[in-house]
Design a protein around this ligand. Structure first.
Ligand SMILES: Nc1ncnc2c1ncn2[C@@H]1O[C@H](COP(=O)(O)OP(=O)(O)OP(=O)(O)O)[C@@H](O)[C@H]1O
Ligand SMILES: CCCCCCCCCCCCC/C=C/[C@@H](O)[C@H](CO)NC(C)=O
Ligand SMILES: [Ca+2]
Length: 544
């Protein structure tokens, strides 16, 4: 589509055939939308006006009308019509996206060419869309449907959108990660993982690790300023929890995720680095959980054959065991960010708080070389007995917990919410867990504290004792549980960290949040989709 003087782009308004009627179809390249409306007086039309942002058009294709379509209504006695189909994102309820299509026709070949050319040019102008993707499929994630989901639901959409792919079906754990250190990554506009949170974590480690290696950054240095990873990752959910997908898209649905990839969405994500004694252990974007979530994960790994149900089984078992762990948490509060974990508003598409952090990050990059103030900032120290210590970089919403473990956590504000669940009765802990699943405030309990932090350290009492050489041998002889108090549920063994669904055995860790270290093909959870659609439609009607 040629630009008008002043860089403006033209508007195409035509009467085109759609079904049995003529419709007024408008392509407004300047404002970025395609609309079609029934031009009959409002009384006679069923209020049918449609509106699609051009950024959500998936493809346009020349279409052969079939015999039946040609023989209806106005085409009957006319010359052979020319037709084209526009494929677009159709927004359904609960953040679900589908591929909608509409076929327009006209007899005038010149008009048809004009429309095809304008639409194709518009698609070419969508520069953030990927053209070539590297896809990793975990055939064993979740219900073992990854390959089928990709082939049946995703590949046809990629091909419709003219996206070419190199597909790797993983053969062992860490296959994708290892492969990402070897491939010519510059060939691709993004990497797609088909699987769950663990598979995503693998791909993320491959990409971030590769980026640091190529830039000569030592990942073992917990204070190293990590290099941002600009190659986006797309998640096609085919796992058991799919928390990262759900928290960044609002639903775990393969078609919705494929469409977010196709339209080239971009959502920056905070990443936490986890170290122990100047040794890099892992990165985390969703949950780092000690105690309840660590023990649940550890137990569930032995029951992978149960599929996604393993988490419910092991969750119940862990709940009944009611183990608590002693240790010390030190953390630096996140003073740079505007929000608080007790906010009523959640992080949504275009989030103001995350934007503010992005600006701060850009300023920091400009001032790079100047001394970081964070080392001087205060550390708070809390010692105690905890049933769960959860640090979440995002809400961690998932089908099991639709609002997540921290509903007001932000995807890209450079902070994590540190949730400390202190020793309490089984009944109280159950009340807390139940609030993962309902609308009530999860932090409104005397035994739950929540802090927004930019870094934290945890040392279990056992490792503290080990370090200070206190009668460890004697304690070890006691076995795993406190035999003096069989009913007290105190556990002198360590728990395990659940790091985005992977176990981490180290009980002394140092965690730092890296603001917006990586990017996803997503846009965050959209506000109320229905409100947005209503707003868009009325604003189009005003300008038509
Ligand atoms: N071919 C493979 N064989 C065995 N393990 C694999 C293979 N490919 C990937 N993996 C590993 O499988 C683990 C779990 O996979 P994934 O996250 O896809 O499913 P899940 O654990 O069922 O889901 P979730 O993480 O959402 O709970 C990942 O840590 C990944 O490293
Ligand atoms: C006895 C009642 C048990 C209630 C259990 C509530 C379950 C809520 C699950 C919320 C998990 C959200 C955090 C996501 C963690 C993922 O990283 C991880 C790997 O996919 N999944 C789990 C379950 O650890
Ligand atoms: Ca965050």
């Amino acid at each position: 589509m040629e630009e008008l003087p002043g860089g403006r782009r033209p508007r195409l308004v035509s009467t085109l055939g759609l079904g049995q009627r003529s419709w007024e179809v408008t392509l407004d390249a300047e404002r970025g939308w395609l609309a079609w409306r029934d031009p009959r007086p409002p009384r006679r039309r069923g209020g049918e006006n449609y509106f699609v942002p051009t950024s959500e058009i998936i493809a346009v294709e020349e279409t052969e009308l079939n015999e039946k379509q040609r023989n209806i209504g106005r085409w009957q006695k006319m010359a052979k019509p020319h037709a084209f189909t526009v494929y677009y994102v159709k927004k359904d309820r609960n953040h679900r996206w589908r591929c909608g299509d509409v076929t327009f026709s006209c007899v005038d070949e010149y008009l048809y060419d004009q429309w095809m050319q304008a639409l194709k040019q518009l698609l070419e102008m969508q520069r953030s869309r990927p053209k070539h993707l590297l896809v990793y499929i975990n055939p064993y994630g979740g219900k073992r449907q990854g390959k089928r989901i990709y082939e049946q639901k995703v590949a046809p959409l990629f091909s419709l959108a003219s996206i070419s792919t190199d597909v790797v079906i993983t053969e062992y754990a860490n296959h994708a990660k290892d492969n990402l250190f070897e491939v010519n990554i510059n060939k691709y506009d993004g990497v797609v993982c088909v699987g769950g949170d663990g598979m995503f974590s693998e791909v993320m480690h491959g990409l971030i690790g590769r980026m640091q290696k190529d830039s000569g950054i030592d990942q073992n240095n917990p204070k190293a300023p990590l290099v941002q990873c600009n190659i986006r990752i797309g998640i096609i959910p085919a796992g058991s929890t799919d928390c990262i997908c759900y928290s960044t898209v609002g639903i775990s649905d393969p078609v919705t995720s494929a469409l977010h990839i196709i339209v080239g969405d971009c959502q920056p994500l905070d990443v936490s680095s986890v170290h122990h004694n100047n040794t890099f252990l892992k990165y985390s974007v969703s949950l780092l959980g000690y105690g309840f979530y660590g023990d649940t994960l550890k137990d569930s790994e032995k029951k992978r054959w149960m599929g996604p149900m393993r988490y419910d089984y092991s969750g119940l078992k862990t709940f009944l065991s009611h183990h608590y762990y002693e240790g010390t948490i030190s953390f630096q509060p996140a003073k740079h960010t505007l929000g608080s974990p007790r906010d009523k508003d959640s992080c949504r598409t275009g989030c103001y708080i995350c934007k503010k952090s992005e600006q701060q990050l850009a300023e920091q990059h400009k001032e790079r070389g100047l001394k970081h103030e964070e080392d001087e900032e205060e550390w708070k120290v809390i010692k105690g007995k905890f049933l769960a210590i959860n640090s979440v970089n995002m809400s961690c919403s998932c089908p099991r917990s639709p609002k997540g473990l921290s509903p007001a956590a932000h995807l890209a504000d450079g902070s994590a919410d540190l949730i400390l669940v202190r020793k309490c009765s089984r009944l109280d802990f159950l009340r807390y867990l139940v609030r993962h699943r309902n609308q009530h405030d999860q932090f409104d309990f005397s035994f739950v504290d929540v802090y927004r932090v930019k870094s934290f350290q945890f040392t279990s009492k056992l490792s503290e004792d080990n370090e200070s050489n206190v009668t460890v041998i004697g304690k070890k002889r006691f076995g795993q549980f406190c035999r003096d108090h069989p009913a007290c549920c105190c556990n002198i063994a360590n728990s395990t960290w659940n790091c985005d669904g992977e176990t981490l055995d180290s009980s002394a860790i140092e965690v730092r949040v890296h603001c917006q270290l990586m990017k996803l093909f997503a846009r965050g959870i959209e506000k109320n989709c229905n409100d947005e659609a209503a707003y868009s439609q009325s604003s189009v009607e005003q300008s038509l």
